[in-house]
Each structure stands twice: as C-alpha cells, then as structure tokens.
Design a binder for this molecule. Structure first.
Ligand SMILES: Nc1ncnc2c1ncn2[C@@H]1O[C@H](COP(=O)(O)OP(=O)(O)OP(=O)(O)O)[C@@H](O)[C@H]1O
Length: 337
C-alpha cells in the first residue's frame, strides 16, 4: 500500500541544519492501522506529511499503491491526494461553515458529484461519525470530540484509500480519545481503510494499531507487530515510552535488592499460555517454586498477554532445564539474573 524508501529531509533553521528524516524506509500494508510513535521532535509530522507530499523529501521515494508520488505532475498529484484523507490535531475546520459545509467542502472541490449527490453523501458521512443531529451546527458550538468527528467525516468524503491521522487525539481528554480511537477502528473495519497515525502516546498505539514504527531523531529504530514491540521492546526509546504506560516491567530494582536465591526471570505469556494457569500447572507437575515480584496482565488490540517477573527455584532442575520447561509450554523467558 505505502512504500517509502530511504527518505531524507533536512531543515535549516537560523543557520543550523536538522535531519528531520534520516534514511527512513517503511512498508505499510493495505487495511492495517499503522502507528508511528516518537518523542517530540523525532520527525513524526515530517514523515506522515511526506505520505501526501505536504512535505517533499530531499531524497528517497514514496509510492502509494505502486504510484510513485514524486513523479507526478501537479494535476496527477491533486488526483492522488483525493484518495488520501488527513485528520489534524487541531481539526482545521472552517469556522464560517456549518458541519455540513465543512464536510461538503472537499466534495465541492473535487467537482464530481451533483448537489443532490453531495447532500446524500454528507448524510451518509454524518451517520458514520455519529453527528446526524449536528448537521447545521457551527464548529464553535461543538466539543473537541465532535469537531474531530467532523474532521474525520471531511477526510472520508472523497472515499480515500488511505487515512493519515496527525496526532488526531492529542488535543482531546482521555474519554474522548477513547471514543475517537473506537471510531477510527470501526471505520478501518467497515471500509477496510488503511490508517496511518502518528502519536506520542503508547496507549493510542496499544488500543488500535496493528503494527508500529518507533521514530527517534529522524530514524526508525524499531518496527513490528504492536504486541511484539510492547512485550519485547528492543530500543531504549521504546522502553522509556513504555515505562510511562506502566505496562513495561522494570526489574532493575529487584536486581539490586537480591530478593531471592533462584533464577530471576521475566515470563511472557501470550496466546493459549495467557489464558491458562500455566505457572500453577508447571509448579505442580515439575515441583517448580515461584515467587512473584511484578506482574501485568492486559490486552493489546484484543489479544491477551501476561508478563511476570518471578523468582524461580527447582532443586532437581538446572537453569537450562527450567527454561526448557517454560519454552515447552509456550512461555517466553528472559533471564534477568
Ligand atoms: N519547517 C521547519 N523548519 C525548520 N525545522 C523544522 C521544520 N519542521 C520541522 N522541523 C524540525 O524537524 C524536526 C522534526 O520535527 P517534526 O515536527 O517532524 O517532529 P515530531 O516528532 O512531529 O514532533 P512533535 O511531536 O513535537 O510535533 C524537529 O527538530 C523540528 O524542529
């Protein structure tokens, strides 16, 4: 669906040059919700804006459905952009137009539908985003969440193949964020629409994304399925972003305290192992004694997982044999000490 190769983008500000994108390559599949996360200044906005050429890279290539965006002339680029919707952090609604007027706007610009067809399309879009009762309201009369629903309806007006969300929930409170993320997920499923979103919040990634790329100083430092990146983060930036969610267990304190005299393990339960009392079973069957120090049991996009830091002792088993027992029951282990 989207393929970007070796993107570079440098800005020069007050004589200082900044590498906003540094050799970024990514592939995003049709129908997936792909998240790009990073700290402020990591290059997220610059990257997502290259996907519709609001930002032109200095070098590299961007293709969407095999269409090489950088090779298009102005007219062809305008046409390509109609198939790419975009939602913004601060909604960017026209304050002098009603909700209907805002949603009509891209349809009027496209010039392909009659007035009656535009009206019908607006009715359909309002129902999709749950705003049918607010057709004639002005943006100033709406809450932040409602404004973002208008932004989403407007972005969907021309039936895009791709929806880009630039920090779409960052200006919203947690409850409203939840409802907008739910709406994006519904749209993704109903329309099989590919969604790319940028955010600095791991909970956004965790709630709706299928895959994620972690950006740091203009480079992609880690990418993968959300559950894998959450449970087995490889890069320090990912670990620190996760630490803020409370989902990433941090064994450093335990290591210092020497709380046990066996193996200190991080155990990760996913799939079947997350749903069954595996630890209890192994304890009974293999006389493995365990002492739990930290734990998290939760869901990532509907997939259950459990992660525990536990002291493990079994007098008759070597460390390697203990690890083999866990592996045989689908439990991933990381030796902390
Ligand atoms: N038009 C510009 N002129 C100069 N520097 C820029 C410009 N746009 C972005 N930058 C710089 O490029 C870097 C990446 O910026 P970008 O906005 O893409 O990051 P970000 O991850 O989206 O950050 P934030 O979450 O704060 O928006 C930053 O150092 C920023 O200051």
């Amino acid at each position: 669906m989207i393929k970007v190769d070796h993107l570079h983008k440098q800005f020069v500000s007050n004589g200082i040059s900044i590498n906003a994108l540094n050799d970024v390559s990514l592939e995003i599949q049709e129908g997936e919700i792909f998240g790009i996360i990073g700290r402020s200044g990591a290059g997220k906005s610059t990257l997502i804006r290259t996907f519709n050429l609001l930002e032109r890279p200095d070098t590299g290539s961007i293709s969407i459905n095999q269409l090489d965006l950088l090779s298009l002339d102005t007219t062809a680029l305008q046409q390509a952009r109609q198939k790419i919707g975009m939602v913004f952090q601060h909604f960017n609604l026209l304050s002098s137009r009603t909700v209907e007027g805002n949603i009509r706007f891209p349809l009027e610009l496209a010039g392909q539908l009659t007035d009656a067809e535009i009206n019908a399309r607006v009715t359909e879009l309002l129902a999709l985003v749950g705003l049918s009762a607010h057709r004639n309201a002005y943006p100033a009369q709406l809450s932040g969440g409602q404004k973002q629903r208008v932004g989403i309806a407007r972005a969907l007006a021309n039936q895009p193949e791709l929806l880009l969300c630039d920090e779409a929930t960052s200006a919203l409170d947690p409850e409203t964020t939840e409802s907008i993320l739910q709406l994006l997920q519904d749209i993704n499923q109903k329309l099989n629409l590919t969604i790319v979103l940028i955010t600095h919040e791991m909970r956004v990634i965790r709630q709706i994304c299928d895959r994620v790329a972690v950006l740091d100083k203009g480079s992609v430092v880690e990418t993968g399925k959300v559950i894998d990146v959450f449970l087995f983060p490889a890069h320090e930036v990912t670990k620190s972003l996760l630490a803020e969610t409370g989902l990433h267990l941090d064994p450093t304190l335990l290591r210092k305290k020497h709380l046990h005299d066996g193996l200190l393990l991080k155990l990760t339960f996913t799939g079947e192992a997350a749903l069954n009392p595996v630890l209890d079973k192994l304890s009974r069957e293999h006389q493995i004694h365990y002492n739990l120090f930290q734990g998290a049991i939760s869901e990532i996009k509907g997939e259950s997982f459990g992660q525990l830091i536990a002291g493990i002792k079994a007098d008759h088993l070597s460390s390697a044999e203990i690890l083999a027992v866990f592996a045989a029951h689908g439990v991933k282990t990381e030796v902390i000490q």
